[in-house]
Ligand binder design. Structure first.
Ligand SMILES: Nc1ncnc2c1ncn2[C@@H]1O[C@H](COP(=O)(O)OP(=O)(O)O)[C@@H](O)[C@H]1O
Ligand SMILES: [Mg+2]
Length: 322
């Protein structure tokens, strides 16, 4: 799969951030645009605010988008088109987190297109799957975890797991707000207060996984199956492995235990319409399930000398309604 001729050219709508923020050498969405263009499809770009309901249906103010291997890499047509979302071959929802109110509302509008076009990932799945909390559906694979807004809970848990934990906001991404929490540290109470907004917002704490020093594995899944994996290795002076904050990238394979974990997770991911997903795995423990706009496909392509993005587009071709 991946290199064959498409069955029929489609119009694909990408709901994403403004094009100025695209990193052509890093972004997975850029790779999808390239893969789709190579396979003869027409790509359209819309921002969240460009999706609306009118004329009794969900529509998008969108522009043709073209990508290239060299500068300027991305070109948008000048004129906007007013598109019926239901008439698109497929919609790729690729807006970066946070999953905020505007994001939520757009997923609700997209419900009007359910059953009429292919929505990747499923907007209901996106609403349902908080990237930090979704892992709780798979308790056998996660590190010891607590979710609470209560300072005593969070500090008590940290002591209970041996005095070392990691605390994170529930709506963060790219390593933002992820902090080490140590029993007895003079900053511990302040850190908890900051992340819980003084007890008013939930935070997640996990036991500290020492294996993070070897790396945080990003496992990319396509419809519950492994597309490939890369390892992100934190800088020596940082807890966080995210590429966005300076993590190094290396090739990776899945261990037997990780393959079994993916197999156990697949039915739920499929049922939730979470087609393109990035698991974060540290020391064979599932720490996060990325669903809004997981990345890593370009690095995977480089390490494997393959075109995993074309597999995603081929999957969309095979599952789109015509
Ligand atoms: N339980 C943990 N133990 C050790 N390090 C962790 C743990 N959880 C997260 N980290 C570190 O923090 C980084 C970001 O955490 P993650 O949960 O993936 O949130 P984000 O959405 O910001 O990527 C990880 O790549 C890893 O380096
Ligand atoms: Mg992560």
């Amino acid at each position: 799969m991946g290199e064959g001729e498409p069955f029929e050219p489609m119009r694909l709508l990408y709901i994403m951030d403004p094009v100025e923020s695209i990193l052509p050498d890093k972004d997975t969405t850029f790779a999808f645009l390239q893969g789709a263009q190579r396979r003869g499809h027409e790509n359209f770009h819309a921002e969240l605010a460009g999706v609306y309901v009118g004329k009794g249906e969900v529509r998008a103010r969108a522009r043709r988008i073209f990508v290239a291997d060299s500068a300027p890499f991305v070109t948008l047509e000048n004129t906007f088109q007013d598109l019926s979302v239901a008439e698109m071959g497929a919609v790729l929802i690729r807006k970066d987190p946070p999953f905020d109110q505007a994001y939520l509302h757009t997923t609700l509008l997209l419900e009007r297109a359910r059953g009429k076009t292919l929505l990747v990932n499923d907007p209901r799945g996106l609403r349902d799957a908080n990237e930090k909390l979704y892992a709780l559906h798979f308790p056998e694979f996660i590190p010891r975890t607590m979710v609470s807004a209560n300072r005593e809970h969070l500090l008590g848990f940290t002591a209970e797991v041996g005095g070392k934990a990691v605390i994170k906001p529930l709506d963060g991404a790219g390593g933002y707000g992820v902090l080490a929490l140590s029993t007895g540290d003079q900053n511990a109470r302040a850190i908890v207060d900051m992340l819980t907004h003084e007890g008013r917002q939930l935070a997640i704490v996990q036991e500290y996984l020492p294996a993070v020093r070897e790396g945080d594995k990003r496992v990319l899944l396509l419809d519950g199956e492994v597309l490939g994996a890369i390892l992100r290795i934190p800088r020596p002076d940082d807890l966080r492995s995210n590429i966005h904050v300076g993590g190094d990238v290396a090739p990776a394979e899945l261990t037997k235990a990780e393959l079994a974990m993916v197999e156990a997770m697949a039915p739920r991911l499929k049922a939730d319409g979470l087609v393109f997903v990035g698991l974060d795995v540290i020391g064979e423990r599932l720490t996060e399930v990325n669903v809004t706009s997981p990345t890593g496909i370009q690095q995977l392509a480089r390490f494997t000398g393959s075109r995993p993005e074309e597999k995603v587009i081929a999957w969309i071709e095979a599952h789109a309604r015509r």
